[in-house]
Design a protein. Structure first.
Length: 124
């Protein structure tokens, strides 16, 4: 089960690192203070998945997301490892699929991580 934290509690913590799993464009628009962007998907890939979700189904969008992300996993974990000395708080736009997927994966791999409830949307 994914361990979660509120924005209010997260902002009070010390020795943490916010990991923003949104696309580079989403991150460039705005982000949490001191967050680092380690995106699951590129801007283009996110657009493809959004279209699949709207025009086909949630299941097909998830399948495509897994297909696109799987080959990136070694590089993704390498980027995550740079922040392993801190408690990582993972978030996406609204605390949904992207951050839950990453938090679950990292917890299974033994990382000390939390998912931010409500994601970036809750912060702003």
């Amino acid at each position: 089960m994914v361990t979660q934290i509120t924005v209010e509690d997260a902002l009070k913590k010390e020795n943490i690192q916010f990991i923003d799993t949104r696309t580079p464009n989403e991150f460039a628009e705005d982000h949490l203070p001191k967050a680092v962007n380690i995106p699951l998907l590129s801007n283009e890939e996110r657009a493809i998945i959004g279209l699949l979700y709207k025009q086909t189904s949630r299941e097909k969008a998830i399948e495509k997301g897994v297909e696109l992300f799987s080959p990136k996993l070694p590089v993704f974990l390498s980027q995550i490892n740079k922040h392993r000395s801190k408690k990582m708080i993972i978030h996406c736009w609204r605390g949904g699929m992207r951050s839950r997927t990453v938090t679950t994966l990292l917890e299974m791999c033994g990382y000390d991580v939390l998912q931010l409830i409500g994601g970036y949307k809750e912060y702003r």
